[in-house]
Ligand binder design. Structure first.
Ligand SMILES: [Zn+2]
Length: 215
């Protein structure tokens, strides 16, 4: 009753174009443009430690705005909109081994300290819980790294080398793992994390990102 009244007074709006929508999330036109599961073939070939990499949306327009609001203005209310994107990942989970451990990519130490939360964990945790997939932050940063955005692919790889490690006592031996991140650009971070996990004995490492800068 209350939620019906609230919907009447404040109808849900598309977080990208702000048109009224029936259910919370992106309107059909924006969803068509922004959301769509995509397997990154190029990444698969580039990174021998990654068996498969998927992104669920384009990192632009409304999706970029929502992620920025969450990260830089701590607007937790946008989580519900961001989580509607995850429906596009259902097919990915169907392709993956049934016994899977999901692992968030850790934030840079300084950012984690300032922000107090890892947006990737906030976005994905309820989704993995609903599928009964454990989601554990067993990767950590070992040192600060320089901002990557102006670096070439090779420079990024060098900068990230050795910047991640498994937490003490974490055992990935023989396991199938799913790395999880909010944004994928060149895939250098996922590649380095996968290398650490494979070095730790993981059987297969997959990766999924909420949004990617693919064209
Ligand atoms: Zn829209």
């Amino acid at each position: 009753m209350l939620s019906a009244l609230l919907d009447f007074l404040f109808p849900p709006r598309c977080p990208s174009c702000h048109a009224c929508v029936e259910r919370q999330g992106f309107c059909p036109a924006c969803a068509r443009q922004l959301i769509g599961m995509r397997r990154m073939m190029e990444m698969g070939a580039m990174a021998e430690d990654l068996t498969g990499v998927w992104v669920l949306a384009h990192y632009r327009d409304g999706i970029r705005d929502l992620l920025r609001a969450l990260k830089y203005r701590r607007k937790m209310a946008v989580l519900d909109d961001l989580r509607t994107i995850l429906a596009a990942g259902e097919e990915v989970l169907e392709e993956l081994p049934p016994s899977l451990l999901a692992i968030p990519v850790p934030l840079a130490m300084q950012r984690q300290k300032e922000r107090g939360f890892n947006q990737t964990e906030e976005i994905f945790a309820p989704w993995f819980a609903s599928y009964g997939i454990p989601f554990e932050p067993i990767l950590v940063r070992t040192r600060e790294t320089m901002p990557l955005y102006e670096m070439t692919r090779t420079e990024r790889r060098q900068e990230l080398r050795g910047a991640f490690a498994l937490v003490d006592g974490a055992d990935v031996q023989g396991k199938d793992l799913l790395l999880v991140d909010d944004i994928m650009t060149t895939g250098a971070t996922l590649t380095e994390c996968a290398r650490v996990l494979r070095h730790g004995g993981a059987r297969r490492v997959y990766a999924i990102a909420l949004a990617g800068e693919h064209r």
